[in-house]
Design a protein around this ligand. Sequence first.
Ligand code: PAF
Length: 288
Amino acid sequence: MKITTNIKELQQRTSEWIAQGKKIGFVPTMGFLHEGHEALLKKARLENDLVVLSIFVNPLQFGANEDLDSYPRDQKHDKEIAEKHGVDVIFLPDEQTMYPNPLSINLTVVRRTDVLCGRSRPGHFDGVATVLTKLFNIVRPSRVYFGLKDAQQIAVVDALLEDLNFPIELIAVPTVREEDGLAKSSRNVNLLDQERKEAPYVQQALQCGRQHVENGETNPEKVIEKVRQFLEKKTHGKIDYIELLSYPMLQRVETIDQQVILATAVYFQNARLIDNVIFNEYGIKTLG
Ligand code: PAF
């Protein structure tokens, strides 16, 4: 496994691979790798000749009130995980390498951002789109891998690839879950004992909403209400949002007549849990 911090060197290497007709699978991350990332690496390893992992904590996607400096880092552990999954190259740039000069060009994501978690993180997806554009131009992958836990990020990447004509296939990898259905997250350790017992109800509430559609409901408000009632009955969490939107366009729908995402964020004392389910107009799960 090669580790590089140098853009030109990586571009040289990936150009050679592309000239040889090799498929490159790319997993962009901010490090501190967990089982969700491992699922991405596993799939990338299976589907491509070569796998590139990038680790870069991107300052552009952090808001003023979000502490970039306290973002968790553990390079030793990350390298072990990468080794375990047969990564060919880790791209590990620093901030000076990625942003040597103030940017003259700003990418602004104008749709798919003012909903779900994006509403409370203005500018976040602009930063994600900018760094990914740079990384795609450096790595030039055939396929890029993202976890469906962050379905809004996948929707934004889908638009980025489409609008800017990147010849890259987007692979959405199902959320990794605990046995009881709770989506794995580094934040789960912050749940109090009682909250940990209640946390699986977050996914169950969404499934209850989906089931309602499977049983014939087409009114988004009624589905959202079902989820709200379920969450309020089964948990002490404070609901941040419950939304039902078209997917991947992330627009409000009057009636459920296409693929949609039903998503929620719930605050517990020391952890905010997010989860989602994506299904079609018949309530049949289509992604994840
Ligand atoms: O999901 C992440 O870890 C980041 O948003 C990404 C895609 C690596 C861009 O910095």
